[in-house]
Design a protein around this ligand. Structure first.
Ligand code: PMP
Length: 370
């Protein structure tokens, strides 16, 4: 009938504060993954195809109920984001480039036929949740909280179709520091994370469930994450839930190169950390190295290793931050960057630049005070 559907509108937020707050204890890394270390509140917003977005609510963290026929439970109409809020050394709480996460969330939601929304509204709702929970859950300089915006198709229908109802919610959870050196197991030929024309560029749940068998195998064999390869050429793509970088001395020019896989094939996630590493390196390391996004193979890495040209490698993402990679196992061969461990000069440099922005030691537009 031509009536426009209601837009997601943070100014309509209805707030209900919990009457039974949780007990706070600092994040416990030994419990990581085993617990539901969420904060006191969450944000929810319902969408229906007849009305559009209903008023968002900030309310006590609680269970949700879904119909057994909810779209997300059958057809993987689910996507999510992951970002952190950091308590700076000046006492202020900052998000790191939240507009990038909000934009990617829209890309992901669109890819699975879930509703669209103004990305700014997501950013504003994240800030609203922090306004209520940050004082208790991000208590001291140097602490942070993990934020998980999520979209699920909740429409009731077993027919395979675009969901007619959806739920957007934001939860926050404690998270240990996970930037220890990493060992990677290269994926086998029968375990492909993403492919051209697929959805590897979207942060949809459907990319993660099917990766867990390989992840489990890596851990059983003593590795931390899978290094995802693509194609019979064994192109290097990304590492677990992080993007992957190498510092290589070029064979032809003898110059250092910071190398990572390109976004054009749409098989890797456009990581906010990846983007930031590239931008900072281009701005601050231009005299020392070329910063390149290009396809490269395990063969290229093995050759660089054998010729002593593989200087450093690291994984970069919100969860594992910037983690040096000390070992890559690929078809019976161990590839170890010359400076894999603690003392990777460039790895450390890049990491400390990012820390300074996140915790407000360096004024930068990427650190958004909430
Ligand atoms: N690749 C994958 C597959 C991921 O899940 C993530 C985590 N979001 C990343 C890379 C890193 O992205 P970001 O730096 O935005 O956390």
């Amino acid at each position: 009938n031509g009536t426009a559907l209601a837009e997601l509108d943070p100014s309509k937020l209805k707030v209900t504060i919990t009457s039974s707050p949780k007990a706070y204890s600092s994040p416990d890394s030994t419990q990581w993954g085993m617990m539901d270390a969420t904060t006191d509140h969450m944000i929810t917003a319902r969408w229906t195809d007849t009305h559009g977005w209903h008023a968002p609510e900030l309310r006590p963290y609680a269970r949700m109920d879904l119909w057994p026929t909810a779209s997300c439970l059958h057809y993987a109409t689910e996507c999510f984001e992951g970002l952190k809020a950091y308590r700076g050394f000046d006492g202020k709480v900052r998000l790191f480039r939240p507009s990038r996460n909000a934009a990617r969330f829209l890309t992901s939601s669109t890819r699975i036929a879930c509703p669209t929304f103004p990305p700014d509204a997501v950013e504003e709702l994240i800030k609203a949740l922090l306004a209520v929970d940050a004082a208790k859950w991000v208590p001291e300089p140097g602490t942070f909280i993990y934020i998980r915006p999520t979209m699920i198709g909740t429409g009731r229908a077993l027919g395979v179709q675009k969901p007619r109802e959806a739920l957007f919610y934001i939860i926050m959870a404690q998270f240990p520091k996970l930037d220890n050196p990493m060992k990677l197991l290269a994926s086998s030929e029968d375990s492909i994370r993403a492919w051209p024309g697929g959805f590897g560029f979207a942060k949809v749940g459907a990319n993660y469930g099917p990766s867990l068998m390989a992840q489990k195998e890596a851990q059983t064999k003593g590795y931390d994450q899978i290094l995802w390869l693509f194609g019979k050429e064994a192109y290097v793509t990304e590492a677990g839930a992080s993007n992957f970088f190498c510092v290589i001395k070029s064979k032809t020019t003898d110059k250092l190169e910071l190398v990572t896989a390109p976004l054009d094939d749409k098989i890797i996630l456009d990581g906010v950390t990846r983007r930031s590493v590239l931008e900072l390196a281009r701005e601050r390391l231009a005299d020392e190295m070329d910063v390149v996004e290009r396809r490269y193979t395990m063969q290229d890495l093995a050759e660089a290793h054998d010729e002593g040209r593989l200087v450093e490698s690291f994984a970069a993402g919100t969860a594992f931050f910037v983690a040096p990679v000390t070992d890559i196992h690929f078809r019976g061969k161990d590839i170890r960057p010359a400076k894999g461990g603690e003392e990777g000069t460039y790895t450390n440099k890049i990491k400390s630049w990012l820390v300074d922005i996140m915790y407000g030691n360096a004024a930068h537009e990427w650190g958004v005070v909430v």
